[in-house]
Design a protein around this ligand. Structure first.
Ligand code: DQA
Length: 146
């Protein structure tokens, strides 16, 4: 069975209450259950992790080498700052898809650069919860085509 690691970065635990005009009313729990449902349909197993701590995310990616076939990640604010997460993804060599609820290019200038995109196979943004579902579909298709 295909194993996928899903990582949600900082403040995504607050979804539903956090800036709903930007991120919508959907909660992380709802996103995770939609992802789990899709994974079941596609015969994949998900390990889902949320953290507000950069080092925890780096540790988990490092430990996942050889144990998972794909990574679906919303690095949240670390998208724009974390060389460490970018390097961890490059070091583990696992196919990664970056997702965002919002379109980072339509927002503040400081959000308009992702340090993660150069090491991602693809990036999906701007579709709210659907970004995650499209990202998981694309990731599983890539793994199946390998
Ligand atoms: C985000 C966009 C980031 O700029 C922001 O810091 C987030 C969420 C998104 O999903 O739209 O926390 O990654």
């Amino acid at each position: 069975m295909k194993k996928i690691l899903v990582i949600h970065g900082p403040n995504l635990d607050l979804l539903g209450k956090r800036e709903p005009a930007i991120y919508g009313k959907v909660t992380l729990k709802e996103i995770n259950s939609a992802l789990t449902k899709l994974a079941r349909k596609r015969k994949a197993a998900l390990k889902i992790f949320q953290s507000n701590h950069e080092g925890e995310i780096v540790d988990l990616i490092g430990k996942s080498k050889g144990k998972i076939q794909g990574l679906l990640i919303n690095p949240a604010a670390y998208t724009h700052t974390s060389v460490a997460i970018r390097d961890a993804i490059a070091a583990c060599g696992i196919i990664a898809i970056e997702v965002h609820l919002s379109n980072i290019y339509s927002r503040e200038e400081f959000r308009q650069k992702s340090l993660i995109s150069p090491v991602a196979k693809g990036v999906i943004m701007g579709f709210g919860m659907k970004s995650y579902l499209l990202g998981l579909e694309a990731l599983l298709d890539l793994i199946d085509a390998k």
